[in-house]
Design a protein around this ligand. Structure first.
Ligand code: HEM
Length: 134
C-alpha cells in the first residue's frame, strides 16, 4: 500500500464545516436586517439598497473561510482596510457592526468552536477597520 491512495478526502474547510454558502447567507442576511434598522450604519452605506453590499460581504466571507474565490474574481484583492477608508469607522461604528453581526451568528447556531472562531475573526477585523477617532 503506497501513500498515493486517492481515497482519503481533502480536509474539510471551515466553509464546508459550517454549511457553506447557505449558512453565510443566513448570517449576512440577519446582519443586514440589523444594519437596515441602525440609523448610524445605514447612513454610511452609499447605496440605498443594501442587497449588493450584502452580496459582497457574503462573497468575501465565502472566500475568507475557504470557499469559492468569486469575491476576488469580481472585486480583486480584498484590501479591506483600504476599502473602508472612504467611510469614517469609529469605535461606535465598530460596536454597532459587531452587535448586528453577533445577531447573525446567533441565528446560524454554529457549533460552539465554529461560532468562537468566526466571532473572534469578526472582532479582530472590526477593530482593524477603525480609522477615525469619532
Ligand atoms: C469584521 C469587520 C468587517 C468586514 C469583514 C467588512 C467587510 C466588508 C466588505 C467585504 C465590504 C465590500 C468591499 C468591496 O468589495 O467593495 C465592505 C464594505 C463596507 N463596509 Fe465593511 N467590513 C467590516 C467592518 C465594517 C465596519 C465596522 C463598518 C462601519 C462601522 C463597515 C462599513 C462598511 C461600508 C459603509 C461599506 C460599503 C458598502 C458597500 O459594499 O457598498 N464595515 N465591508
Amino acid at each position: 500500500m503506497t501513500e498515493s491512495q486517492p481515497t482519503s478526502a481533502e480536509p474539510e474547510t471551515f466553509y464546508e464545516a459550517i454549511g457553506g454558502r447557505a449558512t453565510i447567507e443566513l448570517i449576512v442576511d440577519v446582519f443586514y436586517q440589523g444594519v437596515a434598522q441602525d440609523e448610524v450604519l445605514k447612513a454610511m452605506y452609499p447605496e440605498d439598497d443594501l442587497g449588493p453590499a450584502a452580496e459582497r460581504l457574503t462573497l468575501f466571507f465565502e472566500q475568507y473561510w475557504g470557499g469559492p474565490n468569486t469575491y476576488s474574481q469580481l472585486r480583486g484583492h480584498p484590501r479591506l482596510r483600504m476599502r473602508h477608508a472612504p467611510y469614517a469607522v469609529t469605535e461606535d461604528g465598530r460596536d454597532r457592526w459587531l452587535k448586528h453581526f453577533r445577531e447573525g451568528l446567533d441565528a446560524a447556531r454554529l457549533e460552539p468552536e465554529h461560532d468562537a472562531q468566526f466571532w473572534a475573526y469578526a472582532q479582530h477585523a472590526a477593530n482593524f477597520m477603525i480609522n477615525s477617532p469619532g
